[in-house]
Design a protein around this ligand. Structure first.
Ligand SMILES: Nc1ncnc2c1ncn2[C@@H]1O[C@H](COP(=O)(O)OP(=O)(O)OP(=O)(O)O)[C@@H](O)[C@H]1O
Ligand SMILES: [Mg+2]
Length: 592
């Protein structure tokens, strides 16, 4: 066996495997080059998801012919004038992208520096195919045709042109968000996919992200220890089934960094069900010596010198903003959203169709996935419910409580209240669940949650592994007011339950806790585990849908909601209340 140096075209094709996995990654490299060249406008044309054609034109610095030749050589870059790779602020610096792309496609490079003539170089799969003068405005235009046509191994892993186009659009959207000062346009198979003018960051984000974020988003701007976080995140009630609308940036560079994604998730923990995700565009600014952006070939992951500080900034900053948004809920009736209540007076079946409390604001959050999917579980069938004629006569003037004064209960599930500015409907189960969690949390941070001893200890039969898990967590659970002991191999003895719960289904609670503990394992810190467990417990203490409440109980619930942080959504991110403003009611009756 003899050692040999690999020929350069082979090296390029190996590098291409890292740099250009699919059309979107080639496109990303080309657009980054345009941005590094100081472009003010980047225009992109794609055909068949980028497989047939990727063309990127810019009005940046351009290159003279000598520079063009160098640009197509491996490890030739203009972006490292000295050897300090720590101080890189450009998107590129490796000098690999162009030769890599040129090794797996036909590439035409046209470029012109203002005051000089334009020039063209053509490369066919790594081999020069021709060059000569070319007319073009100052700047650079690169065409990539037939990407991977001669690399069947790679072509096999590509998806449909539609999916590849989706990835291209996502890549451009991220770069366009990172650089609001630059105009971008993108055309696919002759149709316009995106077009934005130079603007300020909030306008750019709004143009590229769900429009509804204007109504359902929270602006973020906070500074901690020299790190800055800006951007916008959605209120918990405006969420998606996929984490695909999360745009994260470090020093104006799009990243898909696990630390940041995890911190975003942590900030919403217990405000969202586990399978729901917030929408976010977040910009982290850190001093360049605090971050290494060169750890990943596609430069999408970064390494922070002090990861804990970055995590703290995100979790702390977002949490504070979400708490401050308090009992604001994304379920306010939007002025423009058509109200879906039926105008026919009595039929219960009509009410059932539109009885989903989110239905009249769902429209506002219609970015593909309904924001409040699953909201109707656990609801009573309206048709089986016999209305109990209890109501508070509306004689007294309405005091200025944000959530109003209880006027009655509907379907033993919803509290109807009159506020100064409209009609409030509260989902009693969802609201109570939130209040119990917040009470338990407050109590557990101030010491421990009060217990209520059972007159006779309860014995709950369970699987051995479940008993093991509960036994192991017994001390944690005692802090939350739940006192349990092992009772033989397959049973637990329950001596006391958390007082905020009131009377509760003890075996059900233990089963859910065991399942929860199995799922979260030991990966989380004690504090995080406690929070999860508290949420599970809170769910059990709730005033279930179906319980008749007295007017005094209803008012007490409303008053407590007003002073409790995060009471606008239940522990699963669903709204706990909605309001029909007077104007909305008038519109229902055609008075407006
Ligand atoms: N659109 C452009 N306008 C002007 N110069 C460009 C353009 N694209 C590429 N170049 C020049 O070609 C060189 C090589 O580009 P290439 O993308 O291969 O490497 P790089 O950007 O330096 O590093 P990386 O491989 O990390 O992207 C760049 O350093 C730059 O000088
Ligand atoms: Mg580059």
């Amino acid at each position: 066996m003899s050692i040999r140096r690999l020929p350069s075209d082979l090296i390029n094709r190996i590098a291409a495997g890292e740099v250009v996995e699919r059309p979107a990654s080639a496109l990303k490299e080309l657009v980054e080059n345009s941005l590094d060249a100081g472009a003010r406008q980047v225009s992109i044309r794609l055909a068949a998801g980028g497989l047939d054609l990727i063309e990127v034109s810019d009005d940046g610095s351009g290159m003279v012919p000598d520079e063009m030749h160098l640009a197509l050589e491996r490890h030739a870059t203009s972006k490292l004038p000295d050897d300090h790779i720590e101080d890189v602020t450009s998107f590129g610096f490796r000098g690999e992208a162009l030769p890599s792309i040129a090794s797996v496609a036909r590439l035409t490079l046209d470029s012109r520096v203002a005051g000089h003539d334009g020039w063209r170089i053509e490369i066919d799969h790594g081999v020069k195919a021709g060059e000569g003068p070319a007319p073009l405005p100052p700047g650079t235009r690169i065409r990539v045709e037939g990407l991977f046509d001669k690399v069947p191994a790679r072509r096999k892993f590509l998806r449909s042109p539609r999916a590849e186009y989706g990835a291209c659009l996502d890549a451009v959207r991220r770069l366009a968000m990172a650089r609001p000062d630059v105009g971008f346009s993108l055309e696919h198979d002759g149709r316009r996919g995106l077009s934005v003018q130079p603007s300020d960051p909030p306008t750019r984000v709004a143009a590229l992200l769900d429009r509804e974020l204007v109504a359902h988003g929270l602006g973020i701007d906070c500074v901690r220890d020299g790190l800055r976080l800006t951007g916008v995140v959605s209120l918990p009630t405006f969420n998606r089934g996929m984490a695909d609308h999360q745009f994260l940036f470090v020093n104006d560079r799009p990243v898909k960094d696990r630390l940041l994604v995890g911190a975003l998730r942590a900030a919403y923990r217990d405000l969202l069900a586990r399978d729901r995700h917030p929408v976010a565009a977040l910009f982290v600014t850190v001093p360049t010596n605090e971050v290494d952006i060169n750890v990943h070939p596609a430069k999408t992951e970064v390494r922070f010198r002090d990861p804990a500080a970055v995590r703290g900034l995100l979790v702390g900053g977002l949490r504070a903003a979400l708490d401050e948004a308090g009992h604001r809920s994304a379920a306010h009736v939007q002025a423009a959203a058509p109200v879906q209540w039926t105008s026919e007076p009595t039929s219960t079946s009509h009410f059932r169709e539109s009885g989903n409390p989110a239905s009249f604001s769902d429209r506002g959050a219609s970015s593909g996935t309904p924001a409040f999917a699953g909201v109707t579980e656990e609801r009573l069938e309206f048709s089986t419910y016999q209305p109990a004629a209890r109501a508070e006569p509306a004689t007294a003037p309405v005091p200025a409580f944000p959530l109003g004064v209880a006027r009655g209960q509907v379907a033993a599930t919803y509290i109807v209240a009159e506020a100064e500015d409209g009609l409030v409907i509260v989902d009693q189960h969802a609201a109570h669940e939130r209040l119990v969690l917040e009470r338990m949390r407050a109590a557990s941070t101030g010491g421990s949650v009060a217990r209520q001893a059972l007159l006779l200890p309860d014995v709950v039969e369970m699987d051995e592994p479940d008993c093991d898990r509960l036994e192991e967590a017994a001390a944690e659970l005692a802090g939350l007011g739940l006192e349990i002991e092992r009772f033989g191999p397959t049973a637990m003895l329950v001596r006391a339950t958390p007082a905020p719960l009131g009377r509760t289904d003890v075996p059900g609670l233990l089963r859910d806790l065991a399942a929860e503990l199995a799922e979260i394992g030991t990966a989380l810190t004690l504090r995080d585990r406690l929070d999860h467990v508290a949420a599970t417990i809170a769910c059990h203490g709730s005033v279930r849908a179906g319980r008749i409440l007295s007017v005094a109980e209803m008012n007490a619930l409303l008053r407590e909601m007003e002073v409790t942080p995060r009471s606008g959504q239940c522990n699963h991110g669903r709204p706990t209340w909605v309001k029909l403003a007077h104007g909305d009611i008038e519109r229902l009756f055609g008075r407006k």
